[in-house]
Ligand binder design. Sequence first.
Ligand code: F6P
Length: 337
Amino acid sequence: MPILGILNFLKLAEINNIAVFTSGGDAPGMNAAIRAVVRASIFYKKKIFGIYRGYEGMIDNDIVELDVRSVGNIIQRGGTILKSARSDEFRTKEGRKKAYENLTSKGIDALVAIGGDGTFTGLHSFYKEYQMPVICIPGTIDNDLSGTDYTIGYDTATNTVVDAVDKIRDTALSHNRLFFIEVMGRDSGYIAINSGIAGGATAIMIPEEEMSINDLIARLDKGGRSKKSSSLVIVAEGGKNGSAMEIADEVTKRFPYYDTKVTILGHLQRGGSPTYFDRVLASKMGVYAVEGLLGGKTDVMVGIKDNVTVFNDFDTVMAKNHEIAEDALRISKILSI
Ligand code: F6P
């Protein structure tokens, strides 16, 4: 057996009891990922535990052993059966110590986290202190993690937005109105840019390439002159021009003749049954995460880039934002004339 194979085999023998949890904002497809982690662990003859409420549950010892049937009938469900939380206590050394003691008291010797950058940050600190093998699966609607083309939940959330935009278009057209639709994404414009293209928006305002209010007005004016009867503007929540409400106010001040409405899509973007894409992505990532752990990977985030599985270290993921392709911006401008 080649040396790497022997090393991997030895590491494989070291892990016996894996625990999985979800943390941060829930995302559609998290359940499919939990299912994949549970079943892959059992497939490889490991015990698998579920931790409720992310790091909070780790600190409160809210941990149960799962079996193959614990994750039946969940692949199609939104949210997370393990529940989720953002934990301040885990940011402290004392909190992480409590978590470590609870985990080891149950014999848990490896962790799979499903969440975003905050989740990975917590996991990284924990790994540095206790050297327990850990791996992160990117689960967030924001698609804001470099190191993977897609995060679990992004596709479903974007489809939900497109569905809402189509519905808003019906009423916007009926009244010749200008709608500002605010979408989630934190500091990332991924949901905005792609739902904007798919929903035929007149303008898309994203943090990565801020359009000034003057540019926006020029674009709306151009549409008006070319007999556009209604307009939809998608506003990413993290933009520098402010919220959709603030932008709408500014536009109305300068152009009172616009009949302007604002819709904030909010948390409905986080719910719902995951798309086929998110279910498959989550299933693949769940299996890859377990195989990665058993093969000796630790303190990494699993990703899929150009259809190839990758394991990214913490610094690579945190070093830069997940950039939006120049082409997406270019296409959105060409098509919204
Ligand atoms: O990170 C996912 C996300 O839905 C962001 O898009 C949004 O800014 C944030 O979480 C909202 O968080 P909360 O549910 O805690 O209000």
